[in-house]
Ligand binder design. Sequence first.
Ligand SMILES: [Zn+2]
Ligand SMILES: [Zn+2]
Ligand SMILES: [Zn+2]
Length: 700
Amino acid sequence: MKKQKIKYNTLVIVESPSKARTINKYLGSDYIISSSVGHIIDLPKSRLAIDIENNFKPEYITIRGKAKILNSLKKLASETLNVLLATDPDREGEAISWHLSNALAQKNSNIKRIEFNEITEAAVKEAIKHPRNINMDLVNAQQARRILDRIVGYYISPILWKKIKKGLSAGRVQSVALKVICEREKEIEAFIPEEYWSLDAELAYHTRKLLASLNEYKGQKIKLSNRAELDEVLDHLKDKVFTVSDVKKQERKRRPSSPYITSKLQQDAANRLGYTSQKTMIVAQQLYEGIEITEEGPTGLITYMRTDSTRVSETAITSVRNYIASEFGAEYLPEFPNQYQNRKGAQDAHEAIRPTDVSRTPESLKADLTREQYKLYELIWSKFVSSQMTPEISEMTSVVVRAGECVFRISGSRVLFNGFTAADRSDRTEKHPVPDLKSGDQLNLVEFKPEQHFTTPPPRFNDASLVKFLEESGIGRPSTYAPTITTLNKRYYIVRSGKQLVPTTLGKIVNDIMIKHFSSLLSIDFTVKMEEKLDLIEESKSDTLNMLREFYDPFKTEVDKAEINIEEMKNILDEETDLVCENCGKKMIKKLGKYGFFLACSGFPECRNSKPIPLGICPKCGTGNIIKRSSKKGRGSFFACSNYPSCDFFTRDNPSESPCPKCGSILLVKRLKGRGENHYCVKEGCGYQIDLLDEKMTRS
Ligand SMILES: [Zn+2]
Ligand SMILES: [Zn+2]
Ligand SMILES: [Zn+2]
């Protein structure tokens, strides 16, 4: 090693500039902090770069554009006595540190790794006291994942190119997610809505009005399928007296839930704040890496946001208990700290996502945070404080009211003690006060409130329910939920309609091919086992090479088989139509573009005519085609008849990709504000309609 002039005692390398800024505040002039700005070394994009014959050896390169950063890090490393690698505390961070330590080894021989779960003065200084070597189990687990995903993508993508179109790609976890989204869509398409009726009676007790729901009729649970059945009941109820026959009161204790892990944070942020998983992770990372706080400078506000552990450090428990006792009072503090179970296989080395300092209330930070940061911090802070508080106690009342042979029910609830909901107001039990009724009390009928309903199909997935599915089935990991959804969206396999994730025609075709040729790879069972094996590598209980070998041979056989069968599917997309090109008279061909199907002239390249596919025959004049048009003043697009101006058919609602199941005409999609979509048939007199409602907000 060439002797260099030593300028600093210790170089600390992190992966992000904002994290570097925050750490800088805590370390003295002996330290210089620098950032790698993410990964510096990775597999090249253009080739497999895995030597299968040579024990799956990966061929790493310096990422294009990163040579300059690497060189400056090398220079700094040669000018310092020690190098500390302080990348994020998970396998991705460990892998970055490993690559850095290899790249810098020639310039410095004192390279160590440090790890902290939160960027606070205490945590950073404690970490510096305990430098360690790179944890090769973590690195191996990350590498195995990278190699596996590279093999899957590299072999399957060309098959999709040959069968569908260039540029498409598949991924291990991503293709399973696409499969469940497509399966749900099939269920929805096959669903036949059924009519039913509900009957509420508005009753009065002195001056108080109460709503009672019909529950039983003639000794049976009620199911009113149509207007006639409803009329029969209404007829029976004529002149009947409404009498209270039973009142039941029950005390209910509701315990708080655990502080956040990644999946639950993403679910609540999606349900309550309308954030996509990706947005949640971006904002959480800002809170973790440090925000400029007035008079304090850059400050890390939450612990590391990629975690599946609900564990909380002793110090954090002590401080939150002190906070609860002083801010809320003794009755809000349980005798012993609340304990929470981890999901099986969770990495207990981490902590839950919590504020780094519980005394920094959301309110106190309001001026320093963006609106998005504030809302997410408030979610994390409230969940953490409430998780160490006493249960909410409410009284549930159930009143049975009889009228003739009908049984109505009134349910009420009253909060006796608010407990943990004092800190997490969004989780309060709703109040439905019921007056003090007793058996024999008579209630006066104000009016009947019958309502027609239609059964709705299972809801489409949204960010929250997809993350929940991935987690509960054991497929997702804290680092993969958000990228999985983002990738499907970026490749145009799914689109967002409000909160709903809707597969595109392209997504459905890709999924069909994947299912046909790679069914075992797409099996949830197989994917779960794969994830478990990858976790075992991380715990040093399994060997990367064995895992890759076990995977590779059967997978390659599937790939080879798919390649032999490739001819079968050729040209499924370049379908000739009966439509004629108005420029040259040749037939038009239906083609799949990046954003769905379009029509192109078969005379290409001599004739370059292309246009959108007509969406169907106009329901008004019966001869024109419905086509998409853009409004001149840039107010978005609308749909109109090609016979305009002689036919004035016009709608702003988007046509659905599938036709009306009843008459084959066009289905239009109307957005229901905050609730989902209504699909209705455009043809007069058909009457087909179905509601695709958003997944209900679920309590976590
Ligand atoms: Zn043409
Ligand atoms: Zn028309
Ligand atoms: Zn119809």
